[in-house]
Design a protein around this ligand. Structure first.
Ligand SMILES: [Zn+2]
Length: 289
C-alpha cells in the first residue's frame, strides 16, 4: 500500500474509495470502534503500521491520522486505556505524544529502560499488551544491536538494509558513523539509538551522491545529503524507517521525511532533486516486493 502524504480528509477519503470497501472499512476508524467481546474474533494489529504512525504522528500540530495506520493504532490505545496508561479521550487512532508517553510507561512496567522504553512498540511488548485483545502481524525486529558494517556498529536490520542499498549502486557504501553512539555532539542525539548511520561521500560525484540517496530511500531509509550550506561537511545521514530502536531525535526526522522536509531544526524543504525521490516505504514492506 502506498501511503499518500498529507492529512487532508477529502484527499484521504477519495483515495480510500479507490481501494475497495474492505480497505475503506478498515481505515475509516474515526467513528466506530467496538470493544472486544467474548467470542469475538480478535482484532489484527499490523506492527509496521503502528510504528509508522508512532513516528509520523507525534510532531503533528493536530491529531490527524496517518492514512492506513489508524485501525492498527486503535486496539493498542484501547489496551493502554484498559491498563490505565492512557486516557479514554486519547484513544483516537492518532499515535501522538500522549500515546508515546503511555506506551513508554507500559514498557517500564515490563522492566524495560532506556531505548527499550522509548514509547515505540517492540514486538515483545506489543504482543504482551495485546493478550486476549489483538493479534500482532508483521512484527518488526531490529535484531542484534552489536552487528557492524564496515567497522561501525549497527543493528542486524540496518545491516541488511545497507547491504541491499549497496547492491543498487556501482560503488561501495562507507559508514563514517554508526548507531548506538552518543559521542558526536554534531549529531544532536540522532545516533543515540538504532537505525541511524552517516555515510561518507567525499569520493563520490554529485550524481553518485544522489544515486545513493535514492538507493537508501528505496530500501526504507529516510536519507538526506547533508551539505556545507546546512553547516555540515558533505555526508549522507540515513534513518531506518520503522526501526523500533530509534532515538527521540531520529523519530522526529522520520516525520519530516514523510512530509518532504529536511529533518533539520529548520524543517525546510527536502533538497533532493525530484528524480531521486521515491514513495515513502520501510524495509519489511520493500522486502515483500
Ligand atoms: Zn548522522
Amino acid at each position: 500500500m502506498e501511503l499518500p502524504s498529507g492529512t487532508d480528509n477529502h484527499r484521504t477519503r477519495r483515495w480510500l474509495l479507490t481501494r475497495g470497501a474492505a480497505t475503506a472499512a478498515a481505515v475509516a476508524v474515526g467513528s466506530v470502534w467496538a470493544a472486544p467481546s467474548a467470542g469475538a474474533a480478535l482484532a489484527t494489529v499490523d506492527m509496521e503500521l503502528v510504528l509508522v504512525a508512532a513516528l509520523v504522528d507525534p510532531p503533528k500540530a493536530d491529531t490527524g491520522l496517518t492514512p492506513g495506520c489508524g485501525p492498527h493504532v486503535l486496539p493498542v490505545e484501547q489496551a493502554l486505556d484498559a491498563k490505565n496508561y492512557l486516557a479514554a479521550s486519547a484513544v483516537d487512532g492518532h499515535y501522538g505524544t500522549s500515546t508515546i508517553t503511555a506506551y513508554a510507561a507500559y514498557q517500564q512496567s515490563l522492566g524495560y529502560t532506556g531505548i527499550d522504553a522509548n514509547g515505540l512498540p517492540g514486538a515483545t511488548s506489543l504482543t504482551s499488551l495485546g493478550a486476549n485483545r489483538y493479534t500482532v502481524i508483521h512484527p518488526v525486529r531490529a535484531g542484534s544491536r552489536t552487528e557492524s558494517y564496515g567497522g561501525k556498529r549497527v543493528n542486524a536490520r540496518t545491516k541488511s538494509m545497507l547491504a541491499n542499498a549497496d547492491g543498487k549502486v556501482s560503488f561501495s557504501i562507507t559508514l563514517t558513523q554508526g548507531s548506538y553512539t552518543s559521542s558526536n555532539p554534531d549529531s544532536a542525539g540522532t545516533h543515540d539509538g538504532g537505525g541511524v548511520v552517516d555515510i561518507g561521500v567525499s569520493s563520490l560525484s554529485t550524481t553518485q551522491r544522489w544515486q545513493l540517496v535514492k538507493a537508501l530511500r528505496q530500501v526504507g531509509f529516510a536519507a538526506w545529503l547533508r551539505t556545507p550550506d546546512q553547516g555540515f561537511a558533505y555526508h549522507i545521514h540515513a534513518v531506518a524507517v520503522a526501526d523500533p530502536d530509534l532515538s527521540k531525535q531520529a523519530q522526529a526526522q522520520v516525520h519530516d521525511y514523510y512530509f518532504g522536509k529536511n529533518g533539520l531544526a529548520s524543517h525546510a524543504a527536502d533538497n533532493t532533486p525530484s528524480s531521486y525521490r521515491v514513495p515513502f516505504t520501510w524495509w519489511e514492506k520493500y522486502s515483500r516486493g
